[in-house]
Design a protein around this ligand. Structure first.
Ligand SMILES: Nc1ncnc2c1ncn2[C@@H]1O[C@H](COP(=O)(O)OP(=O)(O)OP(=O)(O)O)[C@@H](O)[C@H]1O
Ligand SMILES: [Mg+2]
Length: 318
């Protein structure tokens, strides 16, 4: 991007982004830029970890981040994987309520030294392990970066690290979201067919790219009617990110709008468990299947605060 277009973006970024995401732009069928160089930017670190961490984020509230995190985690658990789900929407965390769990402690107790992360683990259906984030606690809503880092580093001390850690993040683009997303191996961005969803997702991707060095994002379109709509949402994101950011975006498919999801919340269960044949459940199974094809993660740079970084062992030792 030349300096002129960068300045133009900064002058009126919100309006400019909205134009870029507008239907008129969407109908313009240009070749999507592919940023192969992104893979080369991150130094290859000869380390390997046993846990893969996937952060679910989106920028905008209500796009389905928690729904995706819960059902992706449950689908993988139902397939026999060892999965842990961290509710990192601290202060208004509600995964425990959604899954009918009754935790007596949350991350706030751990930060106060009253218990360890291990003590917080609550078993859910199919062996899924949940770490509750805590709700209605002012201290959790006001956590600073040192405390976010403490939560991330606490995972190094788990006695039995899971195969997968799925992290549900809060709405917005503040440090509580960015730190947890940047600490994961993969960032799954949930978007829906609303302009604000696309602009907020872009804002989050921009912060993660510029300030945290995250170069790869996986996009899933939620609450869409058909695959073609999901593809269009991805293409809009890819076009704008490709023009202004040095990042790679991967298309992760669609999750249909499905009323059974709301029914599942009323029943305090996951739709993939309660109604495994529903359209939503089929979508989550496809998403979970895609995770298996992701290959080795690009390990975060040494020095970055990352989940399970204490698991690092020299590749030669394997
Ligand atoms: N594919 C879908 N079909 C129908 N309803 C959905 C779908 N995805 C999410 N919902 C509903 O949308 C609402 C918001 O979903 P969810 O809580 O997962 O969003 P969120 O992004 O985590 O919100 P927040 O930013 O507040 O944490 C919920 O009532 C949920 O049941
Ligand atoms: Mg949520």
């Amino acid at each position: 991007m030349n300096s002129g277009s960068r300045e133009a973006l900064q002058v009126n970024q919100a309006a400019g982004l909205q134009n870029l995401f507008s239907a008129a732009q969407a109908s313009h069928r240009e070749e999507l830029p592919i940023f192969h160089q992104a893979a080369n930017l991150r130094p290859m670190v000869q380390h390997r970890r046993t846990t893969r961490t996937i952060a679910v984020a989106g920028g905008k509230g209500g796009v389905g981040k928690t729904t995706v995190a819960v059902n992706l985690a449950m689908t993988m658990a139902m397939a026999g994987r060892n999965v842990m789900l961290l509710d990192a929407d601290m202060g208004v965390a509600n995964i425990d309520v959604q899954l009918g769990l009754n935790p007596t402690r949350h991350l706030g107790h751990m930060l106060e030294g009253q218990c360890t992360l291990q003590d917080l683990i609550i078993p859910a259906a199919h062996g899924l392990k949940v770490i509750p984030g805590g709700s209605g606690v002012r201290r959790l809503a006001k956590m600073g970066n040192g405390e976010h880092a403490a939560v991330i580093r606490a995972f190094d001390d788990l006695i039995q690290p899971p195969e997968f850690l799925i992290v549900d993040t809060a709405a917005g683009v503040a440090d509580n979201v960015a730190m947890f997303a940047a600490a994961a191996d993969d960032v799954l961005i949930v978007v829906c067919d609303e302009l604000a969803s696309l602009t907020d997702a872009y804002a989050l991707i921009k912060i993660l790219a510029h300030d945290f060095g995250v170069r790869r994002f996986r996009i899933v379109a939620n609450m869409v009617r058909q695959a073609a709509d999901a593809r269009k949402l991805y293409e809009k994101m890819a076009r704008v990110c490709g023009r202004f950011l040095d990042v790679a975006l991967d298309y992760m498919g669609m999750l249909p709008h499905d009323e059974w999801l709301r029914q599942a919340i009323r029943r305090q269960g996951a739709v993939v468990d309660l109604w495994p044949s529903s359209r939503a459940a089929v979508g989550f199974k496809q998403l979970a299947g895609a995770v298996d094809t992701w290959g080795e993660p690009a390990y975060p740079d040494l020095g970055r605060i990352a989940f399970f970084s204490g698991q690092n062992v020299p590749a030669a030792g394997w």
